[in-house]
Design a protein around this ligand. Sequence first.
Ligand SMILES: [Zn+2]
Length: 106
Amino acid sequence: MNDITTTDFSKFGSRERKMTEDLLKAWREQGLPEDFYGDEVAVMLNTHSGCVFLTNADFQVAMMNRDNLESFYSCPICGQEGFKQEMQHNESNEECQEYLRELGVK
Ligand SMILES: [Zn+2]
């Protein structure tokens, strides 16, 4: 845990608490994303980006993609970030492509 991210709701503004409501409502109505483990789930705020997201014991991230609660990925090779449909990248890099196959993007 560093200073950029927090689970302390006193650090959340009203906009961020609204985003928290949306996350919890989507979790209740849709369930967690299929590949997001339901272990030590917390609502976390990135104080730099203003992003509010669910995270867990494996540091996975789930966020709202419009009305859907979806896993948000970060390529361990190059740092490319996005929801699943945004993750296609670096066609020529075999390591990135291997990661995408593990995600089930390819
Ligand atoms: Zn990559």
